[in-house]
Design a protein around this ligand. Structure first.
Ligand SMILES: [Zn+2]
Ligand SMILES: [Zn+2]
Length: 264
């Protein structure tokens, strides 16, 4: 069983990938199940703002289900978390039938971590990273998400300022977040976008995966964060072999937000 649980199409507003391109590229890479996790951004200045449409999303999923019977297609969403949009987030999560919901901290204190340096400038490495993980922890505790998107995404741009990311100085706050995830039976996403971005490795750092396992975390899933056909299933074999090396032997999938663990 090979799954990719973080994918986008043009409906996300930040790419041109068609539903056919996404499904065909998944099948080409031997993937049996994808979850389409379109962006929902509540921040008016964000380029994805206002692009999401649930009815179109559902229609796309039904179309894919019909056209590609060898591929299981799930209806997901990637929500941009900010505390000031709590009501909007609750409303979205509770009003629609998603299979799987990703919460992502693309912004901290309203500042986009990617595309500008404002978050990092005038912050020490410790301040920048610690505060990001505090925000991740706060997001987990709102109890609306099945996973955290690209768990240590702060390192994407942080690497430009502070060099290679080492999670060990932030072990306490990271483990606090991991414990909150485990308490809620959430899943750890291993996001391959980092391979094609500046970190040149997956999110999260391997030590964070080890801590998650040590703390009793068992739910794990691969997500390519595909925004174009070449990105679908990126480095999937490498990630699956890391899972095996770390002692994970089941992949988590979701239907109507109910999880099942499938052997791979
Ligand atoms: Zn994201
Ligand atoms: Zn994404």
């Amino acid at each position: 069983m090979v799954v990719d649980y973080h994918t986008h199409t043009a409906l996300s507003g930040d790419n041109n990938q068609t539903i056919d391109e996404l499904c065909m590229s998944a099948l080409e890479r031997g993937i049996n199940e994808i979850c389409i996790t379109e962006h929902v951004d509540f921040e008016p200045e964000d380029h994805c703002h206002g692009k999401f449409n649930y009815d179109t999303h559902l229609k796309n999923k039904e179309y894919a289900k019909e056209k590609y019977p060898n591929l299981t297609v799930k209806l997901g969403v990637e929500i941009d978390y900010q505390k000031k949009y709590l009501l909007e987030i609750f409303d979205l999560c509770l009003s629609y039938n998603f299979d799987y919901i990703i919460g992502s901290c693309h912004r901290v204190d309203g500042i986009n971590l990617y595309g500008n340096d404002a978050y990092y400038i005038n912050k020490t490495e410790k301040e920048a990273y610690y505060h990001y993980f505090e925000t991740v922890c706060e997001m987990i505790c709102i109890n609306m998400f099945n996973t955290v998107g690209h768990f240590d995404w702060v390192k994407r741009n942080g690497k430009h300022f502070y060099g290679e990311f080492d999670p060990n100085p932030y072990k306490n706050i990271i483990c606090e977040a991991l414990k909150e995830m485990i308490k809620r039976d959430m899943t750890m996403e291993v996001n391959a976008a980092g391979f094609r971005q500046f970190p040149r490795t997956f999110y999260p750092h391997i030590d964070i995966l080890k801590w998650y396992k040590e703390l009793g975390g068992e739910n794990i899933v691969y997500g390519s964060d595909s925004h174009s056909p070449v990105q679908t299933g990126l480095e999937i074999d490498k990630v699956y072999s890391i899972f095996k090396d770390l002692g994970f032997n089941k992949m988590t999938t979701y239907t109507n937000k109910i999880k099942s663990n499938v052997t791979f």
